[in-house]
Design a protein around this ligand. Sequence first.
Ligand code: FES
Length: 149
Amino acid sequence: MENLQLILKEYIAGDRSNLIPILQHVQSDQGYISPEAITTISNHLHVSKSQIFGVASFYSQFKFNPPGRHSIKICLGTACHVQGGDFLLAALQSEIGIRPGETTEDGRFDLERVACLGCCALAPVVMIDKVIHSRVSVIKLRELLTSYE
Ligand code: FES
């Protein structure tokens, strides 16, 4: 993981047009935008922390929690919604105790909702790490979760 200061050295101080590239660089290097990163970027670009947070929260590519060891993406696109995606999300939230955008306290899972994973015929779909799980039921979901440490 690069040091934040090393990352910022690549971008001219005070040049606000660098905000998105810096956020992308930090996201890619550290896996999320930490409060410390927002403060450091704020000092470097002379942009308020609330402005940075406002910009970063507009784009789904930026995360504000450290990634878990396993990333769960639950699809709530039309096909998955119709096949019970919302019900699945509610069960998942209750099972692992977090909402989309959060990471479990033990760092085991992070959770994200997505609009479509491109395999609507297999709905409802859940992706864990890079693996697509199709026609997921609550029972299947519970079984799946036990196989990830
Ligand atoms: S709507 Fe879920 S995969 Fe397309």
